[in-house]
Design a protein around this ligand. Structure first.
Ligand SMILES: *Cc1c(COP(=O)(O)O)cnc(C)c1O
Length: 395
């Protein structure tokens, strides 16, 4: 203060009303050893992603332009599309879902929702929030929704949009007739929105060939980057349709026309989440280097091995083989076992975390990206065995 006094500058800092809180360092809070994430997401990240997500620089300018251009090229390959309308959204996969729905739905619009569970239901919630009307089609029993079911509805009534989730994470069921349904809906003139959050980059998803208008995923699932950033693609034709829409957009951040100012022209929309975009970049780069073919085989082998071993332990699956989702495997909790206690035991004694479920008596093991490594699968199986044995002796 003396120096400033000599300069004749008097500083008076007002006393604050509240004292600073006692702080706690992160290392005092975070689990040590760290927990291996083998649930329905987030998933473990590579060293490359870890490093990238700690870098900051300006979101405007030539460095960012190069990042964006390359990211879009890589994402096109991963989504198997020729569309140039591909971008990241600052927000979870649900924010991309919201961008998709608010682009296509307004009062008076009719949406056919293929509903397999929690995440399919989110499309319904958003449609209703936007003032659109919803018709649901649900599977008969533990199954996917068939093309025939959708066809009988489309023959009777007209709709503007169809929504469908490729892999329904909440119950571990895959919509096995997805491509038939999307092509059918397209032939009836519907806009087709697909949630590929837990399938793209884990198994074949062909955006253009399947007639998909909008599809999206989150950073923390198959791509094995981080949460809070998501990736969404629009077909050229749906992009044009949205550009020409007359109705006002309900969102500002999630308005694709505004977002395209940044992703298409490099102009300011909102401050882009550079570390998240870089994490996505590295996740996508590793997928491109591995190639989709090799990656799909790694995922399939890993998941089938996991399922074999689980069967050997005397456990059963929620979904039958023909509609079982390989990227998030849902396992019936055995009689007399408490799912929460099982998961807690695995975390406490093995530092492995898997997921419970919303309502159903199942637990779920993820097989996305970095989860499909032999050491991770072996560690998970060992942790599960241990937890079940303890549970057995406690009966
Ligand atoms: C995880 C998940 C979502 C939601 O992702 P958030 O990033 O939590 O918004 C949507 N759909 C499916 C199929 C998911 O597995």
């Amino acid at each position: 203060l003396k120096y400033f006094e000599l300069l004749g500058l008097a500083f008076k800092i007002n006393k604050m009303n509240y004292d600073p809180p006692k702080t706690v360092t992160l290392s005092a809070i975070l689990p040590n050893p760290s927990i291996l994430l083998m649930g329905a997401g987030p998933v473990p990240i590579s060293e490359e992603v870890k490093k990238a997500s700690g870098i900051v620089f300006s979101h405007l300018g030539s460095t960012m332009q190069t990042i964006i251009k390359n990211l879009q090229t890589m994402a096109r390959y991963v989504f198997q599309t020729n569309s140039t309308r591909i971008l990241a959204v600052a927000g979870p996969a649900s924010a991309s879902m919201e961008m998709a729905m608010s682009s296509l739905v307004w009062p008076g619009r009719k949406v056919l929702v293929v509903n397999l569970g929690t995440f399919s239901q989110r499309f319904k919630d958003m449609t209703e929030g936007l003032g659109g009307s919803v018709t649901e089609v649900k599977p008969l029993g533990i199954n996917f929704v068939t093309e025939a079911q959708v066809k009988s509805i489309l023959e009777k009534e007209s709709f503007d949009v169809l929504t469908i989730v490729h892999g329904e994470t909440s119950c571990g069921i895959q919509n096995m007739e997805l491509s038939k349904i999307t092509k059918l809906a397209k032939s009836y003139g519907l806009k087709v929105v697909v949630d590929v959050v837990v399938t793209v980059s884990c198994m074949p998803v062909l955006m253009d060939e399947w007639g998909i208008d909008i599809m999206f995923t989150g950073g923390q699932k198959g791509i094995s980057a981080i949460a809070g950033i998501s990736l969404i693609a629009f077909s050229e034709s749906v992009f044009e349709f949205i550009q020409n829409r007359k109705e006002l957009f309900p969102h500002w951040c999630l308005d694709i026309r505004r977002a395209w100012k940044f992703w298409g022209l490099g102009e300011y929309h909102y401050t882009a989440p550079v570390p998240g975009i870089l994490a996505l970049y590295e996740g996508l780069r590793l997928i491109c280097e591995e190639t989709l073919e090799v990656r799909f085989e790694r995922h399939l082998k890993s998941s089938l091995f996991l399922q074999d071993e689980i069967e050997k332990m005397g456990l059963s699956f929620y979904a039958p083989r023909y509609c079982r989702l390989n990227s998030v495997v849902a396992i019936n909790t055995p009689q007399g076992v408490d799912t929460k206690a099982l998961i807690a035991h695995m975390i406490k004694f093995s530092s492995v975390e898997i997921s419970g479920a919303f309502g159903l008596s199942i637990f779920r093991i993820g097989q996305m990206g970095e989860q499909c490594r032999e050491e991770n699968v072996q560690r998970t199986l060992a942790a599960l065995k241990l937890a079940l044995e303890v549970n057995f002796f406690n009966l």
